[in-house]
Design a protein around this ligand. Structure first.
Ligand SMILES: N[C@@H](CCC[C@H](N)C(=O)O)C(=O)O
Length: 281
């Protein structure tokens, strides 16, 4: 089985080419691949499959040739992965499996069609405009923080820290507790503090994230979009550009009237051959 390893600001993925959708990808195999000691290691798996050959992609096959079949490292599915989409596009271009037309490349995802644009070392993807729809709390080590629930195709809860607390002080080795009735399918939880002003942007936020299905990661693209939308709302703005610093680097988010662009580096680091029978699943 051929694989490629890639990442976007440290959010890392095992990429599996499966153009005709013949691979028997199971939750157990995904978890074994993502195991950092016994497998290849990753926050998730990106299966590269023709939209026409995947039951969840076929409806978009007329608009996009490729479907991003994203799985979290615990073997669960997610509707969307912003960094994954950026790395997926880097892979398609690197392997000459697709080429932008009119500057953009469409890909199909469980959250619908996503358009991508290459900007040198960066890949930008256009996703739906984040929808701020509720309030909820997250509890971490006895500390309960209010937050904003945000839909970016997948669910997020954005919790700004009180001024006295530092992001680096949070213990994210365990999942924050959230109200399960507010998030019946689980939620990704972002913790934020304000950053220093960055030239050319309307905001600068620092964030850490505990991802549904993958625990703490170095970056979360959809999480950055959720965080940017909350920062803009808190600044009294409806649209704008926000720099979001994650432990793995910097993402730039531009929220427009009807969509959201996520931009940052997307890197492929290795390609090889895997022996699936050697994986403990
Ligand atoms: N890291 C991703 C988000 C991956 C999915 C998430 N864990 C979920 O279950 O919704 C990103 O870059 O957006």
């Amino acid at each position: 089985m051929e694989f490629t390893k890639g990442h976007g600001t440290g959010n890392d993925f095992v990429i599996l080419p499966d153009p005709d959708g013949t691979l028997d990808l199971t939750p157990g195999l995904v978890a074994a691949l993502c195991d950092r000691r016994r497998g290849l290691g990753g926050d998730g798996v990106l299966r590269v499959v023709r939209a026409a050959k995947h039951p969840e992609g076929v409806a978009l096959a007329g608009e996009a040739e490729w479907f991003m079949d994203y799985w979290n490292s615990d073997g669960s599915f997610a509707e969307m992965c912003g960094n994954g989409a950026r790395v997926f596009v880097r892979y398609l271009l690197d392997r000459s499996l697709a080429a932008p037309s009119g500057g953009t490349l469409p890909i199909a995802t469980r959250a619908g069609l996503v358009r991508a644009r290459v900007e040198g070392a960066d890949v930008a993807v256009e996703m739906r405009r984040p929808r701020l729809y509720d309030t909820a709390t997250a509890t971490l080590g006895g500390l309960t923080l209010p937050g904003t629930a945000v839909d970016v195709g997948n669910p997020h809860l954005v919790c700004p820290l009180p001024a006295a607390l530092e992001l680096t002080g949070l213990d994210l080795t365990r999942a924050p507790e959230v109200d399960a009735s507010a998030f019946p399918s689980g939620v990704n939880v972002e913790f934020t503090t304000p950053g220093e002003p960055v030239t050319g942007t309307d905001g600068h936020v620092l964030m850490r994230v505990y991802e549904r299905g993958s625990a703490e990661t170095l970056s979360c693209g959809t999480g950055a979009c959720a965080v940017a939308a909350v920062a803009l709302r808190d600044a009294g703005l409806d649209t704008g550009t926000v720099s979001v610093d994650v432990p793995g680097g910097r993402l730039t988010v531009t929220v427009t009237a009807d969509s959201c662009w996520l931009s940052g580096p997307a890197v492929l680091v290795a390609t090889g051959t895997l022996t699936p029978t050697a994986l403990s699943h």
